[in-house]
Write a protein that binds this ligand. Structure first.
Ligand code: PLP
Length: 446
């Protein structure tokens, strides 16, 4: 019954029956948290097995009242809601700072909730990608999320450089699923004086690999480069200590593991050492202006010290309210408990997958729990008659929602806040069924 994170030792001891899954759930200290979320239903009214919290987290039950409160205050007060609302809109973003800073391991002055992820990456690159003709290259990881690739390529082009030559894609030549940090270190050693910026995921969206961020910071720093992280798949998922790791900047979204709803607000981290430097070049807007004189609308721009000085616009209070609700849930549970359950849940999932489906799959995500969050990526091996695409279709028919990446990768995110061991068990049984007994594709006559 003991589920430690060391698979090698426990693989043979694990109870991999459905009874075992139920017992793991009974022993799970977070099992009640699931009841604080709305679980989507199948047409027949059963809970779906929802394994895409890494794409869009589920709705906490306290979200609705939090959003309605803003609508009510707007109805009642109009513009005066900026000050009179139950939670005044004017300083609303500050309400989110402490819990968001706790999620990423930062000082409160280093974090602000604002705008959206890709926009924020550009705003931060405006300040932290300061290329010279000699030092101008950007390093990203192979299999970086497309938006990040577009963002860095467009930054290079905007500065008049050549994205083909000036973007270094770590791990691309070997074309492996996982990136060894030593590959990055050797890039920094051989080409360090050409590199201006390293911009990587904290957890890679495709493989689920959690990078050794402090090690990357140390190596990049030695080479004289600036380091930023895209934490879309890391925030609310893994333990982060951005301040102590000496990360220069970071950005993330709130609709994946932070459950703030579709298109929820982004957030940024700017290390204290930069935040206090008001002379740093940046794109300015009124909401970043020093709060004391913001509404006197002076001619010259004085940034608020800290991350708040990167804000441009007044924030979307309705979606901030949804984030406020979800951060409440997260703060009550705490990152420590989340990480602990994530480690067990994924260890269990990997053990079960290896026991039930090993002939047909390869687990891409690292086996070492300190190198992953709540995600398991699986490559489905080619299977005679069936096209890979039938697998997700069969899973969907069985009421399982997970992510399929062409041509052959399934990503599942067993999220500690609302997924159960039974969810993982059900997924693996249906995957096994789909892989070993694929349905014949429907025949169409021409
Ligand atoms: C989800 C995700 C995005 C999405 O960016 P938006 O600007 O919020 O649409 C970008 N980068 C990564 C790494 C992601 O995982």
């Amino acid at each position: 019954m003991k589920l430690t994170s060391n698979l090698q030792n426990t693989f043979s001891d694990l109870d991999l029956t459905s009874e075992g899954a139920r017992r793991f759930d009974e022993a799970d200290p977070l099992r009640e948290v699931r009841t604080q979320f709305h679980i989507p239903k199948t047409e027949s009214g059963k809970d779906v097995v929802y394994l895409t919290g890494n794409s869009l987290g589920l709705q906490p039950k306290n979200t609705r009242s939090e959003v309605l409160e803003v609508l009510d205050d707007w109805q009642k007060y109009g513009v005066e809601g900026h000050f009179k609302a139950k939670k005044a809109w004017m300083p609303y973003h500050e309400r989110l700072t402490a819990s968001m800073a706790a999620v990423v391991g930062a000082l409160t002055s280093e974090v602000v909730v604002m705008s959206s992820l890709t926009v924020n990456l550009h705003l931060l690159m405006a300040s932290f990608y300061r290329p010279t003709s000699k030092r101008r290259k950007i390093v990203i990881e192979h299999h970086a999320f497309p938006s990040d690739r577009y963002a860095v390529r467009s930054q290079l082009a905007w500065h008049g450089f050549d994205p083909e030559n000036d973007l270094i894609i770590a791990g691309r030549t070997k074309d492996q699923d996982l990136l060894n940090e030593s590959e990055l270190e050797s890039i920094f050693e051989s080409r360090g004086d050409e590199i201006a910026l390293v911009l990587m995921g904290g957890v890679n969206y495709y493989s689920g690999q959690l990078f050794d961020m402090p090690r990357i910071v140390r190596a990049a720093r030695k080479a004289g480069a600036v380091v930023g992280f895209d934490l879309a798949h890391a925030a609310g998922n893994v333990k982060l200590a951005l301040h102590d790791w000496d990360v220069d900047f970071a950005a993330w979204c709130s609709y994946k593991y932070l459950n703030a709803g579709p298109g929820g607000p982004g957030a940024i981290f700017v290390h204290e050492k930069h935040g206090s430097d008001v002379s740093l070049p940046r794109f300015a807007g009124w909401w970043g202006h020093d709060a004391a004189s913001r509404f006197t609308m002076p001619d010259s721009y004085v940034p608020t010290p800290g991350a708040q000085g990167w804000q441009l616009s007044n924030p979307p209070i309705l979606s901030m309210a949804a984030l406020n609700a979800s951060l409440d849930v997260l703060a009550r549970v705490g990152m420590r408990a989340i990480v602990k359950k994530s480690s067990s849940l994924t260890a269990y999932g990997i053990a079960l997958l290896m026991a039930e489906c090993h002939e047909h799959i390869q687990v891409i995500t690292p086996q070492d729990p300190s190198r992953r969050g709540a995600q398991i990526s699986i490559r489905v091996k080619p299977m005679g008659i069936s096209s890979g695409k039938q697998v997700p279709e069969q899973l969907e028919e069985a009421g399982i929602i997970c992510d399929w990446r062409e041509p052959d990768v399934i990503r599942l995110a067993p999220v500690p806040l609302y997924n159960s061991f039974e969810d993982v068990y059900t997924f693996v049984q249906h995957l096994k069924q789909a892989l070993s007994n694929p349905k014949q594709p429907a025949r169409h006559s021409i």
